[in-house]
Design a protein around this ligand. Sequence first.
Ligand code: PLP
Length: 378
Amino acid sequence: MDRIPVAGPWITRKEIDYVTDAVTRCWYGNANEYQRRFEAAFAEHLGVRHAVSLPSCTSAIHLALAALGVGPGDEVIVPDLTWIASAAPITYVGATTVFADVDEQTWCLDARSLERCITPRTRAVIPVDLYGGVPDLGAIREIARARGIVVIEDAAQAIGSEYAGSRAGSLGEIGVFSFHGSKTLTTGEGGMLVTDDESLHENVLVLRDHGRMPGDTMFRNTRVGYKYKMSAMQAALGLAQLERIDELIERKRLIFGWYREELHGLPGIALNHEPPRTKNSYWMVTVVLDPGLGLPKERLIQELRREGIDTRPVFDPLSSQQAYRETASVRDAARRNPASYRIGAWGVNLPSALTLTREQVTRCCHAVKSALGAARRP
Ligand SMILES: *Cc1c(COP(=O)(O)O)cnc(C)c1O
């Protein structure tokens, strides 16, 4: 029986041809050709002015905060339920991390919790489009605008998602994406920062290349910056994937549809949510179990592993991680962020690789149902 992987890309001849071309030809004078094409196509796809290719989404968030001048004494709000990459760059720039709760249904930043976390020191908020779902970005933007807070939308998991007719990642002052091997569009490792703001864009370009002005050929450094650039081979892979983006998103939605057919309506489980006027790109098909079933995520993961099915736990809340244990931000977090603690404890990501077959999904659903059945028996 084959093992079913939890994630994985969909690579075709096109990707192999583009990468082969880049590695053969794109050096020195041509070294930036694919990055330029990838960035232009990405900006157009999203409907934004500027896209900057980077080595990761983590570096994109770091550059976003650095370009905004966020630093010591400032506070930045993130949802408690996300991958640590959403939050770690807040520490890189010396600012203070504030953990807000998520919404029970979307599993994304809750606007009311955001409001409660705001202080006069709040500079930015980083809503996360978790597993391809989107938070109520209209409400979040309104709150942020009224208080002069910058929105950095972490769309690492949400290429292809939409909110009120706009593409995920285009709804804040800055949007960031990841092209890690597990993500819907991959470059192996990679990331993108998008913005409509001219001066932020310029700041990001200078900061990502050791303080060099765009086009500099004299190796002059206007300030101490970072070295965050994507290679031609990664950009070639990204461009090929982007030219197939509709097909990739449709596949993700098809796979979710197969799961929904078999699991929807089973008592005691919730699947990814798609509120009206939004589109979920279902990066990871996820089940959140009712605590009443008495089937903690660790046990479901174990039982599926025994059937040759790889899964991932939904993240434990960041405020519960050892990494943040010594910080003041986590005081009282479990009480303040009950949704994050419930979903974090009872959630599991099911196999969501783009090359998954219907038969494999059926096998996964049978295994989930039999684990649920066993949990119900006294
Ligand atoms: C994957 C991911 C990131 C980080 O992406 P990298 O490219 O690995 O740095 C950030 N935020 C979220 C929500 C992610 O899922």
